[in-house]
Write a protein that binds this ligand. Structure first.
Ligand code: NAI
Length: 328
């Protein structure tokens, strides 16, 4: 049997945590043969609630759950972590400007980056879920200079899953028939859900739907899905966000299927003219715990405009956190 791996999760007593931890412990993320030790981080006032979640985790008697550690200290929660899912973040409050929000999250992601730098496994795979996810990932990365920058990623997988399911519904196809949808850019309303490479049962998706629907209904529906869930449910998407985090980490750790791509928010290497260093959603293939950007795709003028607009937003976010001294 395999040795357990250490999976750190922050914001573990929150609503995403309440779905996510049980999926990790049941083997959905790293495989049904991989034992895990959960290392859970919360702020001090939430430790009591977290203790309740841990009671439930134990009550599931998951065969793969080797141990659970809880702490309000990132130096404890990130110790030797092989995987770190950074979910806890500061929500936007009424009247908060973007700079205030980025600054408040800098107060979380800077020390967490520093702690990962000091105590995590040298191969730690980091996924930032807490919003603004791309820029929070950049802050953590820039404060962990001893780790490879490529180890820091942000989640656009929920957007990808939404994009796949909306296309499946429109074309009356199962989600498994859909391949190679792309989410470019920021996990925000400027994201670009791109169907130019997508296929449905092998047929180009854009041959099956009309252009007008794609541009004026599909793209905004995917980009604004989070707000639609809040409106309907009275709370933000949590189970679907947790499921997307599982998908992101599983594909990163275990590899994508032959010929298939997923989208991950990763540090730009300048591919497709995206400014180097931004944490930007790209189409990737993964293998052996590494990801690589899918190269050589045609970019139409329409796509170029959308890809640049979301890059511009991320550049502005980076400028804000630079001004605050949170990144170089
Ligand atoms: P929540 O408010 O239910 O839970 C967040 C938890 O984080 C709370 O228990 C809080 O005590 C904890 N927390 C706050 N600061 C912390 C710190 N410094 N260290 C450790 N824990 C800390 O929120 P929910 O619904 O679980 O969402 C979490 C985050 O995920 C939010 O920022 C949300 O916007 C984001 N999100 C991102 C998505 C994506 O696609 N990238 C999708 C859905 C949500």
């Amino acid at each position: 049997t395999k040795q357990p791996v250490r999976v750190a999760v922050t914001g573990a007593a929150g609503q995403i945590g309440y779905s996510l931890l049980f999926r990790i412990a049941s083997g959905d993320m790293l495989g049904k043969d991989q034992p895990v030790i959960l290392q859970l981080l919360e702020i001090t006032p939430a430790l009591k609630a977290l203790a309740g979640v841990v009671m439930e985790l134990r009550d599931c008697a998951f065969p793969l759950l080797a141990d659970v550690i809880t702490s309000d200290d990132p130096m404890v929660a990130f110790k030797d972590a092989d995987y770190a899912l950074l979910v806890g973040a500061m929500p936007r409050k009424a009247g908060m400007e973007r700079g205030d929000l980025l600054g408040a999250n800098g107060g979380i992601f800077k020390p967490q980056g520093e702690a990962l730098n000091k105590v995590a496994s040298r191969d730690v795979k980091v996924l930032v879920v807490g919003n603004p996810a791309n820029t929070n990932a950049l802050i953590a990365q820039q404060n962990a200079p001893d780790l490879d920058p490529k180890q820091f990623t942000a989640m656009v997988r929920l957007d990808l899953n939404r994009a796949i399911s909306q296309l499946a519904e429109k074309t009356d196809a199962p989600v498994t028939a859909i391949k190679n949808v792309i989410i470019w850019g920021n996990h925000s309303s400027t994201q670009y859900p791109d169907l130019s490479q997508a296929t449905v049962n092998g047929t180009p998706a854009l041959d099956l739907v009309d252009r007008e629907w794609y541009e004026t209904t599909y793209i905004p529906t995917v980009a604004k899905r989070g707000a639609a869930i809040i409106e309907a449910r009275g709370a933000s998407s949590a189970a679907s966000a947790a499921s997307a985090a599982i998908d992101h980490m599983r594909d990163w750790a275990l590899g994508t299927a032959e010929g298939e791509w997923v989208s991950m928010g990763i540090p730009s290497d300048g591919s497709y003219g995206i400014p180097e260093g931004l944490i930007y959603g790209f189409p990737v293939r993964t293998h052996g715990g590494q990801y690589e950007i899918v190269q050589g795709l045609d970019v139409s003028d329409f796509s170029r405009g959308k890809m640049d607009a979301t890059a511009q937003e991320l550049t502005e976010e980076r400028d804000e956190v630079r001004k605050l001294g949170l990144v170089k």
